[in-house]
Design a protein around this ligand. Structure first.
Ligand SMILES: *Cc1c(COP(=O)(O)O)cnc(C)c1O
Length: 405
């Protein structure tokens, strides 16, 4: 096919030339030789799991987030489950959370036989709206689970005030927000417990993995027990003390992270600053470019935060477009831009609909956002050309669907 200006302007879904030859994913891990060497060295050592790399990773993580304690888990979901248990969630209890999140945030409440109660999000950040959360507090409420959507910290001050007044525990789902700052403080040192994920699309990866940070020593102890069958001291401590005796004091799980994974996590954490710097640079470039496209609403950033940018969520202005989000999404994918949608509101999923009788329409801000959201690629390893390809594809597709007035 000859490349004529016309074939370049024609949308790829209509047979035109795509902006890129290969698909750009929305997120991707960065693994270097130091990461590989660290994992190999652990494979050659005596400890494949629950050895020295665990404490080393946890201490480095606590230092980076400014928390007193960091407790590692086999996934972010396991970390959420442990935090829900530690907060005292059980049958008859409720936890208030955002509907605009990954299902794991709400599922961890169900694991404890408690009920997730959704409250709508703020229109600018799409984070849990503290006033909506307040309106859903009942005598059964035990916890509030704000989510740092796309890496923009939730508005923790009013949420912590609410918790204080009602005796609740705040569990922040910061799976998107490692390295973000709220009012000059590191995410991980503000809420009662903060949960992180190390899935490969997140800021740092251990393959699968998660962490809970807390300043509360009782919480830290319960979290450690919960991840190890509810046993009150770990095998390594027993071995070094020359003891065989152990006690199971609560019903826990095997949610341990391996030394192999922690060896990778320690190396990954060293590169977090460069990773954050690059993500913030990409976000600034996107935001400057989309200022020129009126149909694209760039994500808001409040004055008192520094987001970590897990992904870059744009909202389409449907009034000015003669296409819906689905058509724009499909057109961008055809241009080889690996766009995504975060998230299908949790209460829309069949399981939640059937169990709780949600019909849709309950949370108008989250639901309206969902209809218009598209997540653009955002990761450390994106080249400047990748970033420009995304911008060019958005311009191409949006101008095609522009409603001529
Ligand atoms: C990734 C993610 C989780 C779950 O983390 P896993 O490590 O995949 O179990 C939970 N909540 C949110 C908002 C996430 O993005």
């Amino acid at each position: 096919m000859t490349v004529t200006p016309a074939s370049r302007d024609l949308l790829a879904i209509r047979g035109g030339l795509p902006v890129r030859k290969t698909l750009l994913p929305y997120g991707h891990q960065s693994i270097d030789e130091a990461d590989i060497q660290a994992v190999v060295a652990t494979l050659r050592s005596d400890w494949l799991t629950t050895g020295p790399r665990i404490a080393e990773f946890e201490e480095a993580f606590a230092a980076r987030t400014g928390a007193r304690h960091a407790v590692s888990f086999s996934s972010g979901t396991a970390a959420l489950h442990a935090a829900a248990f530690t907060a005292g969630l059980k049958a008859g209890g409720e936890a208030i959370t955002s509907p605009l999140t990954f299902v794991a945030t709400a599922n961890c409440v169900l694991y404890q036989q408690a009920v997730p109660v959704f409250a709508d999000v703020s229109p600018d950040t799409l984070n849990l709206d503290p006033e909506q959360a307040a309106a859903h507090i009942t005598p059964r409420t035990r916890a509030i689970l704000p989510v740092d959507y796309a890496g923009h910290p939730a508005d923790l001050t009013p949420i912590l005030d609410l918790a204080e007044r009602h005796g609740l525990v705040v569990i922040e789902d910061a799976s998107h927000a490692l390295g973000a700052e709220y009012k000059g403080r590191q995410v991980g040192s503000v809420a009662h417990m903060t949960v992180f994920s190390f899935h490969p699309v997140k800021h740092i990866t251990t393959g699968e993995g998660g962490m809970v940070t807390t300043d509360n020593p009782k919480f830290a102890e319960t979290l450690r027990r919960f991840r190890n069958h509810g046993i009150s001291s770990e095998a390594r401590q027993r071995q070094s003390a020359g003891q065989w005796h152990y006690e199971m004091v609560l019903l826990g799980f095997n949610y341990r992270l391996t030394d192999i994974a922690c060896a990778l996590g320690i190396q990954q954490l060293k590169k977090l600053e460069a990773n954050l710097w690059r993500r913030r640079q990409i976000a600034a470039r996107y935001t400057a470019a989309f200022r020129e496209i009126p149909e694209v609403v760039a994500p808001a950033v409040r004055h008192d935060v520094n987001p970590a940018w897990h992904f870059y969520p744009i909202r389409l202005d449907r009034v000015q477009l003669k296409a819906d989000r689905g058509q724009v999404f499909t057109a961008l994918r055809a241009e080889n831009i690996g766009v995504n949608v975060h998230y299908i509101p949790v209460h829309h999923h069949p399981y939640y609909r059937e169990r709780f009788g949600n019909r849709g329409g309950e949370f108008p801000v989250a639901e309206d956002a969902y209809e218009r959201l598209i997540s653009l690629p955002m990761f450390h390893g994106m080249s400047d050309q990748d970033v420009e390809d995304v911008i060019r594809a958005v311009e191409k597709v949006v101008s095609h669907f522009r409603d001529a007035v």
